[in-house]
Design a protein around this ligand. Structure first.
Ligand code: SF4
Length: 392
C-alpha cells in the first residue's frame, strides 16, 4: 500500500536547511531499511519532511517515522525537534502522480527563490522584496494553470481595461459599463462590447443625451441589455455629463481639477464624492470601479489580490484598500512592471489559481512559504484548466 507521510519540525521554519537537511536526507533510507518500508519519493523542506512510502500498514509507516526521528536526533549536532503529530494518509495508486508533483512543487518552492521566511512584522522594503520574489512563483503557477499565452493576454486585457481614457467619449463608455456591470459582472459586459457600442452610438454623450423613450425601447428589444433602469440611467448621465462638461470644457477636465486637490493615499475620496453627486445609479462601489478604470489605481483594490497578499503575510489583515494598492504599486516599481499587469497576476492566482476563497494549498507552489497554508487536507485531484477569470 502507498502512503503519504508528512511530519514537521517543532519550530516549523528554517530547521532543515543547509547541513541539517543533508543529514536528514541521509537518515531516511537508513530508517526505511530498518523498518521494512520502501521510499518512493521524498522531499526535505525548511519545515519538515514529506515522503511517499510503500508499507503494508499504517503502523509500519509510524515505526518508520519514529526510527527516522531517532536517527536524525543521533546524527545532527544541533538537533531538530520533531513535532509529535504525524500525518499519514493512504494514497490510491491512480493518485500517485498528484502526490509526486506536490512533492516536486514543495521542494522547488523552497529552493528556487532565496527568501526570508520570517512571519514576524516586516518592514515595507523587506515585504516588497519578498513579494517580488514570490511573484515569480505566482506567475509560474498561473502559467501552469492556463499557459503562458493566456496569462500574458489576460494581463494585457486587464491593463487595457484600466488605461486612462483618451477622451470624454471613452471615459463615458466606462462609466456606462460600470453601471451595466452592476449585478452581472464586467465579463458579461465585455462579451457584448461591440453590440453595446453599436446600440449606444459608441457612447458619444452628445448623442446619447438626445435618446427618447422610443430609442430606449429599441435598445431594450435587442438581446444585449434588458434592464430599463440601467439604460435610462445612462441617458440621464449623458445629459448630466454634458451639463458638467459645459462649465469645465470637458468632463475629464473637471475630474483632473478635483484630482489635483484629492489624496491618492486614502483612495481618492473627493473624486468618489464627485461621481456620486454628478451621476445617477452611481453608489460608492460603482464610483470606485469607474475611477479605477479611469486609471486611478488606489481607488479600489481587487479582493482576490488583496486576500493573497494578506495570506502570504505581506500585508496586515484588514489593511485599507488604498494601502494594498500602494503596496502593489511598490512591488511593480521594484520590478519595473506595470502595476495593473502585476495586479492581474494576483487576480489570476486568486480566481483560477490555488488561492481562491477556499484555498487549495496542496496545489500551491507557495505553500511552504505561506503562513496561512492549510496542508492538512488530502491533495485534490487535478482540476480541469479554466480560461475564464473574473474581472476586477
Ligand atoms: S499556500 Fe494556500 S493560502 Fe497560501 S498562497 Fe497558496 S493557496 Fe493561498
Amino acid at each position: 500500500m502507498l502512503w503519504l507521510l508528512a511530519t514537521d519540525t517543532s519550530r516549523l521554519r528554517k530547521c532543515l536547511v543547509g547541513a541539517r537537511a543533508g543529514r536528514t536526507r541521509r537518515a531516511l533510507p537508513g530508517a526505511a531499511a530498518a523498518t521494512g518500508v520502501r521510499i518512493i519519493a521524498q522531499c526535505i523542506i525548511p519545515c519538515g519532511v514529506r515522503a511517499i512510502v510503500e508499507a503494508t500498514c499504517r503502523g509500519h509507516v509510524r515505526n518508520f517515522a519514529r526510527r527516522f526521528f531517532a536517527m536524525t536526533a543521533a546524527a545532527v549536532r544541533e538537533p531538530v525537534f520533531w513535532r509529535a503529530g504525524l500525518r499519514i494518509e493512504p494514497i490510491a495508486p491512480a493518485e500517485i502522480g498528484v502526490y509526486r508533483s506536490y512533492l516536486q512543487r514543495s521542494e522547488s518552492a523552497s529552493t528556487e527563490v532565496p527568501l526570508k521566511t520570517s512571519t514576524g512584522k516586516l518592514g515595507r522594503r523587506t515585504a516588497v522584496r519578498r513579494a517580488h520574489a514570490l511573484l515569480q512563483l505566482v506567475d509560474r503557477a498561473n502559467a501552469a494553470e492556463i499557459g503562458h499565452d493566456e496569462t500574458s493576454s489576460y494581463a494585457r486585457r486587464y491593463t487595457m481595461d484600466h488605461d486612462p481614457p483618451a477622451d470624454d467619449r471613452a471615459a463615458f463608455a466606462r462609466l456606462c459599463a460600470a453601471i451595466f456591470a452592476n449585478g452581472i459582472g464586467f465579463n458579461a459586459v465585455r462579451n457584448h462590447r461591440e453590440a453595446l457600442d453599436a446600440a449606444f452610438d459608441l457612447f458619444d454623450p452628445t448623442r446619447v443625451a438626445r435618446y427618447d423613450d422610443a430609442r430606449i425601447d429599441a435598445i431594450l428589444r435587442q438581446p444585449i441589455i434588458c434592464d430599463r433602469a440601467k439604460v435610462a440611467a445612462c441617458v440621464e448621465n449623458a445629459r448630466r455629463w454634458l451639463a458638467c462638461a459645459a462649465d469645465e470644457g470637458t468632463y475629464l477636465g473637471r475630474v483632473a481639477r478635483c484630482a489635483a486637490q484629492d489624496d491618492a493615499a486614502v483612495g481618492w475620496p473627493a473624486l468618489v464624492e464627485l461621481l456620486r453627486s454628478d451621476f445617477v445609479r452611481v453608489a460608492e462601489m460603482t464610483a470606485r470601479q469607474v475611477l479605477k478604470r479611469w486609471g486611478f489605481f488606489t481607488a479600489l483594490s481587487h479582493p482576490g489580490g488583496k486576500r493573497c497578499l494578506e495570506r502570504l503575510g505581506l500585508m496586515a489583515p484588514q489593511a485599507p484598500a488604498p494601502a494594498a494598492q500602494q503596496f502593489i504599486g511598490a512591488i511593480a516599481g521594484a520590478g519595473g512592471r506595470d502595476p495593473y499587469a502585476l495586479e492581474a497576476s494576483f487576480v489570476l492566482f486568486s480566481t483560477i489559481g490555488p488561492c481562491r476563497t477556499r484555498p487549495l494549498c496542496l496545489r500551491c507552489p507557495l505553500a511552504e512559504r505561506c503562513p496561512a497554508a492549510q496542508l492538512e487536507a488530502a491533495p485534490p485531484r487535478p482540476a480541469a484548466s479554466s480560461t475564464a477569470a473574473k474581472s476586477a
